[in-house]
Design a protein. Structure first.
Length: 423
């Protein structure tokens, strides 16, 4: 069976092996059963405990086949509840005192979602996995989130040809100036730049640019292509784990540092919210498709400060309006992809600002990022966040903190200029 434990250094060498896997959840997403007498007997009992658990048994309150599997394999009220000698390839005394031998599939070759989509352990270990399991997806942990993870990685092959047709506006990934300054300050001080202060500044910049990119895409009647953003800290489902003490990495993965990394969408936005709003978008992987790599398929749009700007093909002045941008880009209407280098200070005003502001308020929200502090958060986070931000996150003199990232400024419904960054 596969495991949910994050890849660390052990997958690259034999140390740990079964004992490492035994310390995590046995995952039934990828599972092989040998068709022996004992194997078939286990499968039959497992099925019975899932669909019709004996009254009063420990399986009655369980809600999934995976939970039942884990309870069957482990001795009651013991942890890990299986015999898993350090260095061994298998776990014994599994299922009813040892009626089966349990083995863990090599984590590097059967990667879970954190190992593949976040850590990219396959690249670090220079292996090609046999399978990738979309565990550790965030947002609603549903098919929408999992499909998005596969699409971003170029592993989703179920989209028809029509998915790649159309006209697109791509927002290029770039480093916001506030983030560049924070990265430089950290390095000058000899500190790691991978911390919550840099990440919060990055998220604010990403949302601000996304406001203008989404507004311009709608004005041009193009589908927005999201960039490959950079994440400077990891993210958990809930704030109950010691992610701060682990160098802002998922506990268990910190032995093989991977920060920063390319953010999956669900680390920055809610795929479910975009699906519910029926706002079409694409991820950056679409630009790797052969039909969009042909000569002339992508045109880079130039952005220049308005003072000194002169009208030319494929160029926009910063602080433009949606109407002006639409007019200036008309000669490129047939181009499959228009690509922005960034969207800082791009739009000053748009048509129908009230409707767009309502939409943006639902879409441009950072998923909850919370963490436990092991001393008052005012002390633990002081090296990375200003006092006011710690207070806003509810962490002052408390033992937990939830990051607050405001939505970008709204466009003015009366047409007055409202930039996404301060000039």
């Amino acid at each position: 069976m596969s495991t949910t434990r994050p890849p660390t250094r052990p997958p690259a060498r034999p140390a740990g092996r079964a004992s490492y896997s035994a310390g995590g959840t046995f995952n039934t997403g990828i599972l092989f059963l040998r068709p022996t007498v004992k194997g078939r007997a286990f499968a039959e009992e497992w099925h019975a405990n899932v669909v019709s658990p004996p009254p009063g048994s420990r399986y009655v309150s369980l809600t999934s086949d995976q939970q039942v599997f884990n309870h069957m394999m482990r001795k009651p009220r013991q942890w890990p509840g299986v015999d898993a000698p350090h260095g061994s390839a298998v776990m014994r005394e599994a299922w009813d005192g040892g009626r089966v031998t349990l083995g863990s599939l090599p984590l590097a070759l059967f990667l879970n979602g954190h190992g593949y989509f976040v850590q990219r352990a396959d690249l670090r270990l220079k292996v090609s996995p046999f399978a990738v399991h979309a565990t550790y997806s965030l947002d609603n942990h549903d098919g929408v989130a999992k499909r998005q993870r596969f699409r971003e990685a170029g592993l989703w092959l179920a989209d028809g040809e029509e998915y790649f047709r159309g006209r697109f506006l791509a927002l290029n990934a770039s480093v916001p100036p506030a983030v560049a300054a924070a990265l430089g300050a950290a390095r000058s001080a000899g500190q790691s730049p991978n911390h919550i202060g840099v990440h919060a500044a990055a998220l604010r910049g990403y949302l601000a640019e996304l406001r203008d990119a989404l507004a311009l895409a709608r004005a041009l009647r193009r589908t927005l292509v999201l960039p490959r953003w950079t994440c400077y800290v990891d993210k958990l489902w809930a704030g109950s784990d010691n992610i701060i003490g682990m160098g802002f990495m998922y506990p268990g993965s910190q032995d093989a540092p991977f920060l920063p990394f390319a953010c999956p969408m669900d680390h920055v936005l809610s795929p479910a919210a975009w699906a519910k709003a029926e706002v079409d978008y694409r991820d950056a992987a679409i630009l790797d498709q052969p039909q969009l790599r042909a000569s002339g398929a992508v045109v880079d749009v130039g952005l220049e400060p308005r003072p000194g700007w002169t009208r030319k093909a494929g160029s926009l002045p910063l602080g433009t309006s949606a109407a002006e941008a639409r007019e200036l880009l008309k000669p490129l209407a047939a181009t499959p992809v228009l690509r922005l280098p960034h969207a800082r200070g791009l739009l000053c005003s748009i048509d129908d600002a009230a409707a767009f502001n309502s939409l943006a308020d639902r879409l441009l929200r950072i998923p909850t990022w919370c963490a436990k502090c092991f001393q008052p958060c005012s002390k633990e986070l002081a090296g990375w966040l200003p006092a006011e931000e710690i207070r806003r996150g509810g962490g002052w003199d408390k033992m937990s903190y939830c990051m607050k990232v405001d939505v970008p400024p709204k466009f003015d419904a009366g047409g007055a200029c409202s930039l996404n960054v301060q000039p």
